[in-house]
Design a protein around this ligand. Structure first.
Ligand SMILES: [Zn+2]
Length: 99
């Protein structure tokens, strides 16, 4: 689980997921309310996770799978994503630019 760089408090699974769904770049720490950002490394890792559910959209057309099989695959991929995401999160107090 990610740890706040400012107060060193570890975020819970629920907090990490909730924070990661905010649309703004900064995620305020639930303990000290300092804005935290994903490190460049963590951003690269988590962006790879976004590709996990993608094959579920392609599988039916390639293998002629039933739609429920593809939905099942999508849900499994989504679950793996949610479980892995907080473990890949690394926080920093300073926003790092990607480029
Ligand atoms: Zn904090």
């Amino acid at each position: 689980m990610p740890r706040c760089e400012h107060c060193q408090q570890q975020w819970t699974f629920k907090q990490s997921i909730k924070k990661s769904f905010t649309l703004v770049a900064g995620m305020s720490c639930p303990y000290c309310e300092t804005d935290q950002y994903l490190t460049k490394k963590a951003r690269r890792k988590t962006s790879m996770l976004n590709f996990l559910p993608a094959p579920s959209l392609l599988l039916p057309s390639i293998f002629g799978l039933q739609i429920y099989a593809s939905i099942l695959f999508f849900l499994v991929a989504l679950t793996i994503m949610l479980v892995l995401y907080p473990n890949l999160m690394e926080l920093t107090s300073n926003e790092e630019t990607l480029f």
